[in-house]
Design a protein around this ligand. Structure first.
Ligand code: PHE
Length: 333
């Protein structure tokens, strides 16, 4: 093989090896192997060159230098490439600080609902759920609300125009979570101890304290010998666990078709009393409607306004703020 050929082979092999170096230590190995002053391949070739005929030497010398320079340049270029911190993508500067991803937060209503469920859970209440679109039977009939009762007034309810005559029609967006009392008692025999949270709908004029949609927590406890004092203790415990130990609660006589006696529930906050819901002992007619024996079991029910308590807890003055999805408001909780 001619020495020119040897030099070509040398250069090709060196460039091939260098292009495959993946680490700086491999670059150094390649440098020693191809350019090393003591045992490098080039050193060997140099020794052979001294045996060449004098007239061939100028050409061989030139080619020798070319090969040496090409290998050196290739080593340096590969070294620079490997030394770069990361692959550069056009237009991307990985050294810039990252864009903070705006993490969301739980809505104060959702937080209140979770807390209520947890408090009720510690008192031994299970959690039940019911539909928001209800039939006449569960929203009114089974709750002892007669046909001519003002609570059924179309002006006070969102009746749905569909399926008026369909099964269980007319349907409506439920106006209270008391519907879930019926749905649970239809399913399970006593004893029953549940809470149910969710949305209710009433066509109220919207202002700082009224909304056409809001949330309630319903509670129902049916067993032998359940009394009004059990009711008051339960409500007091829920109120103090949510708002703090200095909360007092009071009952005012009231009327609901599905409880007898019935009360309005107020809680004291500082100097003021605030109404937070209704409650009472489940009416025997309701127990009969679901096939329970009112001579055997008794029970209490309550319905608390979740917004009221949530607003009190967080110092929110206008209920509309809770539904506007304004992050400046929501990010405070
Ligand atoms: N459902 C009643 C309301 O929405 C509240 C209530 C619940 C009253 C349970 C008594 C018992 O006003």
């Amino acid at each position: 093989m001619s020495l020119l050929q040897v030099l070509d082979d040398y250069q090709n092999e060196a460039l091939q090896v260098i292009s495959q170096c993946g680490e700086l230590s491999e670059i150094e190995e390649a440098r020693i192997r191809f350019l090393g002053k003591k045992k490098g391949r080039l050193k060997e070739i140099q020794t052979q060159l001294s045996t060449a005929k004098p007239e061939e030497r100028p050409l061989l010398g030139k080619r020798f230098n070319e090969a040496k320079n090409a290998v050196e340049a290739s080593l340096n270029a590969r070294k620079d490439e490997l030394a770069k911190p990361a692959k550069q993508i056009a237009g991307l500067d990985v050294t810039l600080p990252g864009t903070a991803f705006p993490l969301g937060k739980r809505h104060p209503i959702s937080k209140t609902i979770s807390e209520f469920k947890e408090i009720a859970g510690r008192l031994g209440f299970d959690v039940a759920d019911g539909p928001e679109v209800e039939d006449d039977y569960h929203n009114f009939v089974a709750l002892n609300i007669p046909d001519d009762h003002p609570a059924r007034d179309p002006l006070d309810n969102f009746y749905l125009s569909v399926a008026q005559e369909g099964a269980g029609g007319p349907w409506l967006l439920r106006s209270q979570t008391s519907t879930v009392q019926i749905r649970v008692m239809e399913q399970v025999p006593p004893p029953v101890r549940i809470v149910s949270t969710g949305r209710v709908y009433r066509p109220d004029t919207i202002d700082a304290t009224h909304s056409c949609m809001f949330h309630q927590m319903e509670g129902l406890y049916i067993d032998k010998h359940v009394t009004m004092s059990n009711l008051k203790t339960t409500l007091k415990m829920i109120a103090t666990q949510y708002l703090g130990d200095d909360i007092a609660i009071r009952f005012r006589p009231s009327f609901f078709p599905f409880t007898e006696p019935s009360v309005e529930v107020d809680i004291q906050w500082g100097e003021n009393w605030m109404e937070v819901g209704g409650a009472g002992m489940v009416d025997p007619n309701v127990l009969k409607a679901v096939g329970y024996d009112p001579e055997e079991v008794s029970g209490f029910a309550f319905g608390l306004g979740i917004e009221r308590l949530c607003m009190k807890r967080y110092g929110v003055k206008d209920i509309r703020l809770l539904y506007e999805n304004d992050l400046r408001f929501l990010s405070q909780f």
